[in-house]
Design a protein around this ligand. Structure first.
Ligand SMILES: [Zn+2]
Length: 272
């Protein structure tokens, strides 16, 4: 029985044939893995579904156990898809993979490759996709949003606190997946824009702080979303004085050393 560490997860043996999956960021238990006699099973909490957690945990465990073959059963299309990404092949009534066939899916490389982005040339930092998400507010465009559970809690309390001071805070954008980020860039390419120019305003997949589920873009009544004029709003003034009390800091102040434009609207929660 071994402790396994992947990019985002700590996987610890609980008892024989069973491992618990913890989010490295905040030590929350997010799922369980079972492996016995070549059979393989994974169960995740709802907040960790469809974030690549199953793939990452399964690959990490299978590599560490290093059994000659693995068998899994699932009738759920999404789960079947994830098994295929790992190299599992459909047999009669189950899926099977040998240790040689096992593949580590790499969404980061495949998305960037598809867009023609050379990741070696990117200077801005890389961010992991959060391993947990919950529903948050509808944004100022009436779209549903998601945040890391702890970031959402902090955002709700910050918003209420601002409200008590007569200040209105609204979300413009919260969590964005690597796939969503790739979609934005692809759309601009299709419209005829040049990749180098697009990358000056849109981070490459894997390089947006919004992947963490802790970054939010904020606006307020009567201010245009994602505009520098937000710095003249009472909301911005309030944030500068109180956001830190709620765990939020402005990621990109004027002349930041990350080389990113001034974004008075973009704030990020630090998980403690
Ligand atoms: Zn932002």
């Amino acid at each position: 029985m071994i402790n396994i560490q992947t990019d985002r997860l700590n996987i610890k043996p609980t008892h024989k044939n069973c491992w618990s999956i913890f989010d490295q960021q905040d030590d929350t238990l997010i799922g369980k893995l079972f492996f016995r006699n070549h059979w393989f099973n994974i169960i995740l909490k709802p907040q960790s579904l469809r974030l690549g957690v199953a793939t990452e945990a399964s690959y990490g465990l299978m590599k560490a156990i290093n059994s000659e073959k693995y068998m899994a059963k699932s009738s759920i299309p999404h789960a079947q898809q994830f098994l295929k990404e790992l190299g599992f092949e459909p047999k009669n009534k189950h899926f099977e993979v040998t240790i040689e066939q096992l593949q580590q899916p790499d969404l980061y490389q495949s998305l960037n490759h598809k867009l023609g982005i050379d990741t070696e040339q990117l200077n801005n930092p890389k961010y992991h996709t959060t391993a947990q998400l919950v529903d948050s507010d509808v944004d100022c465009f009436q779209r549903p949003t998601k945040l890391h559970p702890k970031a959402n809690q902090a955002w709700q309390s910050m918003k209420q606190s601002a409200n008590k001071d007569g200040v209105n805070l609204q979300l413009v954008s919260a969590f964005r997946s690597m796939g969503y980020q790739a979609g934005i860039i692809q759309m601009k390419i299709d419209q005829g824009q040049i990749l180098q120019e697009i990358l000056q305003t849109n981070a490459a997949p894997g390089h947006s702080q919004h992947h963490t589920g802790c970054a939010i873009d904020i606006t307020s009544d009567d201010f245009e979303p994602l505009s520098e004029s937000f710095e003249n709003s009472p909301a911005f003034d309030w944030l500068q004085n109180h956001a830190a009390d709620h765990g939020f800091t402005m990621s990109y102040p004027r002349d930041n050393d990350q080389g990113i434009i001034y974004e008075p609207w973009h704030w990020c929660y630090a998980i403690r």
